[in-house]
Every structure is written in structure tokens, then in C-alpha cells.
Ligand binder design. Sequence first.
Ligand SMILES: [Zn+2]
Length: 411
Amino acid sequence: MNFSFDIKHSEGNSLARVGTITTPHGQIQTPAFIPVGTKATVKSVLPEAMADLGAQALLANAYHLYLQPGPDILDEAGGLGEFMNWPGPTITDSGGFQVLSLGVGFKKVLAMDAKTFRRDDVIADNKERLAHVDDEGVTFKSHLDGSMHRFTPEISMQVQHQIGADIMFAFDECTTLHNTRRYQELAMDRTYAWALRCLDEHKRLTDERIGKPYQALFGVIQGAQYEDLRKKAATDLGSMQSSGQSFDGFGIGGALDKSALGTILTWVNQILPADKPKHLLGIGAPEDLFVGVENGIDTFDCVLASRIARTSAVYTMEGRFNLSNSRFKRDFTAIDDECDCYTCTHYTRAYMHHVFRGKEMVSATLATIHNERFIVRLVDQMRQALIDGNFADMKADFLGRYKHRSGQASN
Ligand SMILES: [Zn+2]
């Protein structure tokens, strides 16, 4: 089957562990941060540069690749990695989050204060709701050309098999913190039924597509901020079997109140099978990565590092700041003098300031290389600290120095 997860080291006093995920396209040493290449490209950076900066795998988005260029093109190319010239492991998310969020300003709503309002048709101001959920699946309007499409668990599996990533996610209904408790329960029931259908279709496609590398399927744990719902989801999906198939790993997804992140991860990771990998979907701010690792998360993905880089925001050991700020005009030091990335070893803050002010395309490339390296390396350092037995000291040292200079990091 060519997919496995081996735990090399477990902490005695927390859920943290060190392991190796083996896929047909190589291994991922965990804990690991997986950079995002939404449309089979990490914006502005070559895959070769991503390998050089230490990325062990890349995560692309099934929704975007379904709309453009179409999953059949990736299948014909030999799969996602072959298509984008990335020889290492690849991951796709199910498209569930995007079909429900794009076009409706859902992300904006996700980021709002949980207490602001509560209703089940939450959308941002001046946006029309473009997705409709029923028990069978989701009908949605393309954010590209307005054409109508439908995703079901079966279609998501078919699309992800054609894209051909080493790790895929089951199709789930992603909710927000603003949905009512009653709606969260309905969405959980749907996600449960859809998970069974994903396992069945995954098994059928695996058997049908003989000769293709095995693609692992992760179930997604929803349940928002509710302890009983999160625990039920972990219990149900953790032991779920259908067509002789169970999940190869798990994603923790959905609405997560940052302040409750550690608590929620403890609820689910104490229940989910310990010997299977756990991926935290869409979380990547430095302080959150520590919470994830110490609560049993093996892999992370997040667009934040590259997205903020394009706006001139960079991570450093001293916190996050914007290179376009005029105080960097004559600063001929590296972005972060402790960073070993290509940008920091070849360019100065003054040069970065200049290319951002001039809106030169290379600004995005150089800043993205730095930010991705910063986050990949931070999680690598956490892994090493776990092996060396000094995770608590490493965490205290990092968080003691790292502080936000440009406000709260957010997705
Ligand atoms: Zn750097």
C-alpha cells in the first residue's frame, strides 16, 4: 500500500511526537509545516526553491484545480507532482472549505469575533451566497466565470484521485463559529454520512485505478467549539470502516477559536487512533504551531506565510513587520540575521524595501522564500527540540522573543 506512519519518539507529558510519514513520492519527517501551492504553484516561487528551503511536501487545492485546468489534465500529466515539477509528496484538500466559502466572504466571517452574531446563512456584507448545501452535496457557483457546479463526496474523491496527490481529505461540511448549535449538529451528521461515502468511493477508485500510486485518505474532524461534538466526531471517524477501508490519518478542521485551539486538539487527539497522522488544516501562525505540536499535530498547512509575504510582511525572530516601512530604506542588514534562507543570505532589508516600493515582482519571490523558510524551519526546530528533550525551553525562548509588530496574524 506504500503509505505508513512510524512514530519515532513520544513525549511523556504531552501528546507531542516525532515521526515519519512514508508516501509513494517520499517521506515527511514530522512534525512538519507543509507550504500551500493552491493552484499547483506556490505563488511567485519555483518548486526547486521550495525544495531548497526545506519544504518536504506541498498542498494544493482540489476546488481550484477542478475548475482550472481540470482534474483530467492533471491525471493525463501523471498527477499533481509530475505536472508541477515537484518530485516530493503532495497533498490535496477536499475542496469542501472552498466550495462553501469562495464568493460569499465566508473567510471574512470566519475571522470575526465569535460573539458578533449567530445565524446559519452567514455571509459577508455585499456578497451573494453562492453555495447551497443539501444532504447529497453542495451546489456552487464558480468564482471564475459564474458557472454552476456540484460537489458530492463521490465527485470530490474522483477529482482528488485524478489530481493524484499522495494524501487526500474526505469531503466535509465546514461550518463557522457563528452557526447555531443545531446547525453544527446537522453539519456533523452530514460530514459523518459523507465520510462513509468517501471511504466507499475511495476504495472503488483505488481498485479501479490499478497501477497508480496509493493515495491515502484522511477523515476530517469537525464540531466547532463544542466538546461533545468534537469528541463524537473523533470517536466516529476514528473507528469508521467501510468497504474494508478505514482512514489513513485525520485532519482537524473547521471553525477554531484561536484561544481554544489547544483544548480542542486535546479533546480529539486523545480519542483518535494514536498511530495515525494528524493534520491541522489551515493554521500556520508561529504561536499556533507550538500549540499544535504539543497537542499531537504532525503536519500543518497554511497560506499565511506566502500571502502576507506578498504584502511585504515578514516573520523574524523579533516578530512580524512590514518591509515597505520607511525605516528600512537604509537598513543594509538581512531581514532576519538568524535566518539561513536564500533571501537573507543574499539581500538586504533596504533592497527589499526598494523592490516592494517599486512593486517589482521579485519582491514577492524573495519575501515568500524567507517566510516559508522561517515557518518550515521553526517546525523543524520543534521536531529537533522534541528529539533533544528540550521542547519547553525552545518554546519559551522563541515566544519570549517573538512578538507581533503589525497586529494579530490571521488567515
Ligand atoms: Zn530568511
